[in-house]
Design a protein around this ligand. Structure first.
Ligand code: TXA
Ligand code: MG
Length: 335
């Protein structure tokens, strides 16, 4: 385990004219680590071209060595500095950039093997968050996983980053809550057909439309006996320490006023749990992006709450709900 020995500066940034952005940028340039906001979740960044700095990310997070990092860029124009883009994908990448999408592409030699865990591909993403863009503009490509300790839910605000990384990194930028709250959609473009490795804010339905001329996208389901294409998929994720069980909304009232924390939508609470006091609302069913935004904070709450265990409402599996359920299933699995 890490010792908390690094002096961490937490800086609040609400506008781009703040000199502190330059401070954070200098830390990156000097081989340090900076936790920064993106529109999906907070990232833990190091200069992608500095292998020693990249190695520190793995140490600090306790991240398995075989799990590659995503390279964050300031704009679409930087993509072909780090990866090969096929002509046929150009327009689609442009259309989805900047945004909550990561493209897996054949990597160029400039990206060291420490970033990609030795793979010949690299995940690249141009975040839409202005602070993330500004950092990548001034410090160059930034290798960054989510800014949590390995296995914990990704942080969607600076408070969660501080919980995990205070004393372990040089700088934490506080720019409020992440807009989406779940990690980017990952699309592997090195295969015959575009392959979705991780569902995210841009849904499979939207991607099928965007990739129409390619016959739509495939969704990757790893076979139990093979090494998953996104190495991170094989690790336990997002899971609270306490037991978390998924429950159909109609059955959730069985847990009312028991010694169990109930995580559910506003609608389910109003329908089945009006008099229960052990409920935490995770968002509105009618506005599913609010559920994505609150999900990880709610999962972190499970371990902080006085209840010894928790249940979470089972949701449908289409549109953005599919991406949300992908995370809930992992959080509720005991493997
Ligand atoms: O929204 C996001 O993607 C956030 C923000 C900070 O950008 N980042 C993030 O990073 O979620 P991380 O490291 O927590 O998840 C990255 C996932 C892992 O499952 C990893 O295995 C996969 O992306 N990945 C990275 N590079 C890859 C590659 N070359 N091929 C296949 N999978 C890759
Ligand atoms: Mg992560």
């Amino acid at each position: 385990m890490n010792e908390n020995t690094t002096k961490t500066k937490v800086i609040k940034i609400s506008d781009l004219y703040n000199d502190d952005i330059q401070y954070a940028c200098d830390i990156l340039k000097n081989g340090g680590l900076v936790a920064f906001p993106t529109e999906t979740v907070y990232g833990l960044g190091a200069c992608a071209l500095n292998p020693a700095a990249v190695k520190k990310i793995f140490e600090v997070k306790g991240r398995p060595q075989d799990n590659p990092l995503i390279v964050h860029l300031a704009s679409f124009n930087q993509v072909n500095e780090v990866a090969y883009v096929e002509e046929k994908h150009l327009n689609i990448i442009k259309r989805l950039t900047p945004g909550p999408v990561t493209f897996v592409l054949k990597k160029k030699g400039i990206i060291p093997p420490e970033v990609t865990a030795g793979l010949d591909t690299v995940g690249v993403r141009v975040p839409a968050h202005p602070i993330a863009q500004r950092l990548a503009q001034c410090a160059g490509p930034i290798a960054a996983p989510s800014a949590n300790l390995s296995g914990k839910p990704s942080p969607t605000d600076a408070k969660s980053v501080i919980e995990d990384l205070f004393g372990l990194v040089e700088c934490i930028i506080d720019a409020g809550e992440s807009a989406f709250g779940i990690e980017s959609t990952i699309i592997d473009l090195t295969k015959e057909r575009p392959l979705v490795l991780r569902p995210g804010p841009v849904t499979i339905e939207e991607l099928n439309e965007i990739f129409k001329e390619f016959g739509g996208v495939e969704f990757y389901i790893p076979k139990s006996d093979e090494k998953p294409l996104a190495p991170g998929m094989k690790y336990r994720h997002y899971a609270p320490e306490k037991s978390l069980k998924m429950v159909e909304p109609e059955k959730i009232q069985e847990y009312a006023n028991k010694d169990v924390l109930i995580l559910c939508t506003l609608e389910t609470c109003e329908k089945y749990l009006r008099n229960a006091n052990n409920v935490h609302i995770i968002g509105e069913y009618a506005k599913p992006y609010t559920i994505a935004q609150n999900l990880y904070k709610s999962l972190r709450l499970v371990d902080k709450s006085p209840y010894p265990e928790a249940v979470i409402e089972k949701l449908p599996e289409e549109g953005i709900f599919f991406s949300i359920m992908n995370r809930i299933k992992k959080a509720a699995s005991k493997s």
